[in-house]
Design a binder for this molecule. Structure first.
Ligand SMILES: C[C@@H]1N[C@@H](C(=O)NCc2ccccc2)[C@H](O)[C@@H]1O
Length: 447
């Protein structure tokens, strides 16, 4: 064990009510809105093929052109109720909204920089109305905040000179002031989603990141902060020099999902995912593959089966509306969730052997076991190998309570026989288990 001042202060999961609520969300939504939403990935009829919210870093776009976009920022068709209703219909239980991305533009009336929404034609605060609308819809709100801030003269990528450190100390104070302002203005906020903390300047600020984390939790008890905020005494991020997670959940799964339970190291975690291959802010032309609702539902099932949450990102247009494809995606996921949410909400990992047909989840409320089926084998027989001493008593379809035939195999293995294979959608089978004797008789008992 390496002695650390600014490593993990807690080993293992947070188990308070706020974190238990976070753990049970299952499905979330991310929203990226900012000046980049105006350009939609294009400039001077050229398309930037990087992530649309990074267009300011494109050498074809002068910084001063980008930084003057605030003069055009006017989401005329923005309606927070519409955003909240869309999220509700999709079945998300938490939403993370960008307050300030790497470009430094603030969607709230910050008194620490003029580079904020009050200086735009739109003038009004967007964060307040969004927090209120989502809160009223019963959706928990988290605020995305980028530490890296390209607009601030005191931002530094690295600390090479004394002058760098003097400037960066001013920047740290600015950062702490803005975060205090956000938690004071929007007390309903359940957590902060930090980004832009991978540069050396921040890696060398482990002590500050530790004190900032503690300060924010002191002024806002219960606040949830992931592992992307802190660095330890040696600049390690997410996991300290002793391999312990620094943060309330692992926040490294950006556009990727753990391969298996071992890869989660038994921590809380969530995966944030773009619908296009990459790109979080609105992009007029989505390059490459556009994930279907089916693919997103499979990712959701996989995340929940590995004790994580799955968060789908949406990038509204500069006028404050969502593109049709995103609305349709939210709708399709919502329709599936309406029927199958029992297998997603308050559910998590089950230590049974993973089978090819899909994913198990187990309810943290009543221990009920769910099979989320994506791949039906040609013979329609779904193999289930329960853990030792667990026996399948009954199997039925969640959507219509139809009991399915269960055939006993060796030990406590069974086949669950599907009649017909005309499922077009992923579906859920509920398993009732018990200890002791096999409830279901094998057809061909071999004596
Ligand atoms: C949530 C996303 N994070 C921002 C980003 O810069 N990601 C690039 C990145 C991804 C993983 C490690 C370091 C940097 C993207 O612009 C989105 O805001």
């Amino acid at each position: 064990q390496v002695p650390l001042q600014h490593g993990a202060h807690r080993i293992g999961k947070r188990t308070d009510a706020d974190m238990n609520r976070w753990r049970d969300y299952g499905l979330g939504e991310f929203i990226h809105m900012g000046l980049y939403s105006i350009l939609g990935g294009d400039y001077n009829s050229m398309h930037y093929d990087g992530a649309a919210e990074w267009i300011r870093s494109w050498n074809k776009l002068p910084h001063e052109v980008y930084d003057n976009l605030y003069k055009k920022f006017d989401p005329k068709n923005f309606d927070p109720e519409v955003w909240a209703r869309m999220a509700k219909n999709m079945g998300v239980r938490y939403v993370t909204i960008t307050t300030k991305h790497h470009d430094g533009f603030c969607l709230w009336p910050s008194k620490y920089t003029d580079f904020n929404i009050t200086k735009t034609p739109y003038k009004k605060d967007m964060i307040g109305p969004l927090v209120k609308a989502f809160d009223q819809a019963g959706i928990d709100v988290y605020l995305y905040f980028s530490v890296m801030d390209w607009h601030q003269a005191d931002w530094r990528y690295d600390l090479k000179t004394v002058a760098d450190s003097v400037a960066f100390n001013r920047f740290k104070t600015f950062t702490k002031n803005q975060l205090t302002e956000l938690l004071t203005l929007y007390p309903q906020t359940k957590g902060l989603w930090f980004d832009g903390t991978w540069d050396n300047s921040w890696k060398k600020s482990g002590a500050f990141s530790d004190s900032l984390d503690q300060y924010l939790k002191k002024i806002h008890p219960g606040l949830i902060i992931g592992s992307r905020l802190r660095a330890d005494d040696y600049g390690n991020r997410h996991f300290d020099a002793n391999g312990h997670l620094m943060g309330d959940y692992e926040q490294g799964w950006e556009r990727k999902i753990p391969s298996d339970y071992t890869a989660t190291r038994g921590n809380d975690w969530d995966c944030i995912m773009t619908i296009p291959q990459n790109g979080w802010g609105y992009s007029k032309t989505w390059m490459g593959h556009w994930k279907t609702p089916y693919e997103l539902i499979e990712m959701l099932a996989k995340c929940v089966s590995l004790d994580g949450n799955f968060v789908v990102n949406f990038g509204p247009k500069g006028d404050g509306t969502f593109r049709k494809k995103e609305l349709q995606t939210a709708d399709s996921i919502g329709a599936w969730m309406k029927v199958n949410h029992e297998a997603i909400y308050n559910a998590g990992y089950l230590n049974w052997t993973k089978q090819d047909w899909g994913y198990y989840t187990r309810s943290r409320k009543d221990g009920k076991i769910y099979m989320i089926v994506f791949n039906v084998p040609i013979n329609g027989a779904l193999k289930v190998s329960p853990a030792k001493k667990e026996h399948i008593k009954k199997a039925y379809l969640l959507q219509d309570n139809k009991t399915l035939h269960v055939e006993a195999l060796d030990g406590n293995d069974v086949f669950i026989q599907l009649e017909q294979k005309n499922q077009q959608e992923p579906f859920v089978i509920v398993l009732e288990t018990g200890q002791g004797g096999q409830a279901v008789e094998g057809e061909n008992k071999h004596v």
